[in-house]
Every structure is written in structure tokens, then in C-alpha cells.
Design a protein around this ligand. Structure first.
Ligand SMILES: [Ca+2]
Ligand SMILES: [Ca+2]
Length: 219
């Protein structure tokens, strides 16, 4: 009985990890594929900040109401179904107010040209984060999570699975404020299937029954 339980458990765990998951670790340096919207840019040291990872980091600031951000498509890293977690560093520029709402979103390169098109944003993935706010000249680590399934679409109504993954950090209406962004990791884990949950519950119940029988035999 013990062997049957063990082999069932191994088979179940194997079925859960069949799909290779997404692993992105990016130092956020301008020469590795990042593109940004005009003023601001990549710097090795500015506004009291130095990079968390790599040689430079992205910073944005304006003196008017404008959008500022940076995006990248990760070539040949394609969307699969999963729960996605992005972890990255956000910094506060010394001598500037902190941007009041920075949104982070995923994109899918649905026309496979390596470039960002407005319609390739996954609107459901847009998350505005403001916490914890870094102190002047310092960084904080922020984490955002999303679920991507077979029905997840871009704003242009294209399904995202199988297309290259993109990430966009974007602050709207900076108007005298600013922020910095660096050191991005994106990882996914499999979404457990309901059938896997049922199998797991069945196995646990079976284990319970076996254990109770053994205990009652001993008693
Ligand atoms: Ca960097
Ligand atoms: Ca594109």
C-alpha cells in the first residue's frame, strides 16, 4: 500500500511540473533591450541613486504633465499559462517628489516584430503600485502578481499564449515628480488544475485511512 501511495504521489507531482516555467532575470541596463519615453533615461549615478543591478538604472522626471517609462520585450521568452510574479526595485530621486502612481503591466508581442504597439498591452495586467515608498536616494523592492490563462487577451483582442513577454513600467502625469526603476525578475508557476487538487485530496484521504487502520491494529 505504501508503494502505491508513493508512486501515485510521484506521478502527481510529475504531472504538475510538466510545463517548463518562465524565468526572467534582467539587470535593466539600456543596452540590453530597454526602450524609454524621451526625458529621463539610463544612468550609472544620478539624483543620489546608484544601480541595484548591472551598470545603470532607469530614471524619469519631468517638469510638466507627461508620461515617462521604460519597456522591453524578452526575445523568445513566450507566455505560457501560469501565475506570474514580477519583483523589481523602485527608487526615489533625491530632490524630487516621488511619482504618485506608477503602473506596471505585461505586454504580448502578438505581431512578433519585437516592438511595442499600443494594442499589445494586457490591460488586465495593469497594476498601480505606491507602496512601500522609498526614502530619498534609496530603493525599495516591489512585487506584483498576475495570472495568465488560455483566454488572456491584449487590448487588441489577441490571445497572448505563445507570444513573447513584455514588461512596461510607466508613470503618468509626473509633473515635477520622478522615480527610478531597476533589477527586474519575472517568474511563473503552474496554475494547479482542479483535477490535480482532487487527486491530491484523494491521496491525503487514502493516507489517512491507512494510518487509522494501522493505529487501530496496534491498539
Ligand atoms: Ca541596472
Ligand atoms: Ca509588437
Amino acid at each position: 500500500m505504501k508503494n502505491i501511495l508513493l508512486s501515485s504521489l510521484v506521478a502527481l507531482l510529475a504531472s504538475l511540473s510538466l510545463n517548463a516555467q518562465v524565468t526572467i532575470s534582467d539587470p535593466v541596463d539600456t543596452d540590453d533591450g530597454w526602450t524609454y519615453i524621451t526625458s529621463g533615461g539610463f544612468s550609472p549615478a544620478t539624483f543620489g541613486l546608484t544601480p541595484v543591478e548591472g551598470d545603470t538604472f532607469f530614471f524619469a522626471t519631468t517638469t510638466s504633465s507627461q508620461n515617462r517609462g521604460a519597456w522591453k520585450y524578452f526575445t523568445d521568452v513566450e507566455f505560457i499559462e501560469g501565475n506570474y510574479t514580477a519583483t523589481f526595485s523602485v527608487g526615489k530621486l533625491d530632490a524630487r517628489d516621488f511619482a504618485s502612481g506608477i503602473s506596471f503591466l505585461l505586454m504580448a508581442d502578438t505581431n512578433d516584430d519585437g516592438n511595442y504597439q499600443y494594442s499589445e498591452r494586457i490591460l488586465d495586467s495593469r497594476v498601480i503600485v505606491s507602496d512601500p515608498t522609498p526614502a530619498s536616494g534609496e530603493w525599495e523592492t516591489w512585487t506584483v502578481t498576475w495570472t495568465i490563462t488560455g483566454t488572456t487577451e491584449t487590448e487588441g483582442s489577441e490571445l497572448v499564449l505563445g507570444h513573447d513577454i513584455g514588461f512596461y513600467a510607466l508613470a503618468s502625469n509626473l509633473n515635477g515628480a520622478g522615480y527610478a526603476f531597476d533589477a527586474l525578475d519575472i517568474n511563473s508557476t503552474a496554475i494547479p488544475e482542479p483535477s490535480a487538487f482532487a487527486a491530491m485530496a484523494g491521496l491525503l484521504a487514502l493516507c489517512g485511512v491507512t494510518l487509522r487502520r494501522r493505529l487501530s491494529r496496534r491498539a
